[in-house]
Design a protein around this ligand. Structure first.
Ligand SMILES: [Zn+2]
Length: 120
């Protein structure tokens, strides 16, 4: 299951960040979800909640923000939003585009609960 694999990677990253900050809890998690990944938000949420159940991130609010596809034309440099399977540049008409957004699932921001800085 695609979403479970993605959720596992996200939760690994999340728990690493929480550990680095000695967090005692996680309030919110924002995930930018490239539309090319074709993620089912409900499946991702289900996997996420199952994975954080026994961790400090238990009860965190997961926000899934869809990221549209963007492309950069290698021929003329224009940035544009390609259609599904249509990567022709609207300026020069060439189909020599590099996808610059919409491909990845990224942990965008994390709200942590920390016990406060301990005086050194
Ligand atoms: Zn172009």
């Amino acid at each position: 299951m695609h979403e479970f694999t993605l959720a596992t990677a996200l939760v690994d990253q999340l728990l690493r960040i929480a550990a680095e900050h000695r967090a005692t809890g996680v309030t919110s998690v924002e995930v930018r979800c490239g539309v090319l990944q074709q993620v089912e938000p409900e499946s991702l949420r289900f996997a996420f909640e199952a994975l954080v159940r026994e961790t400090v991130a238990h009860g965190a609010e997961l926000r899934i923000v869809p990221e549209p596809v963007a492309a950069h034309c290698r021929a003329c440099g224009r940035e544009f939003a390609p259609g599904i399977d249509d990567y022709a540049c609207p300026s020069c008409g060439r189909a020599d585009a590099e996808v610059t957004a919409g491909r990845d699932v990224v942990l965008q921001s994390v709200g942590l609960v920390t016990a406060g800085e301990t005086a050194a």
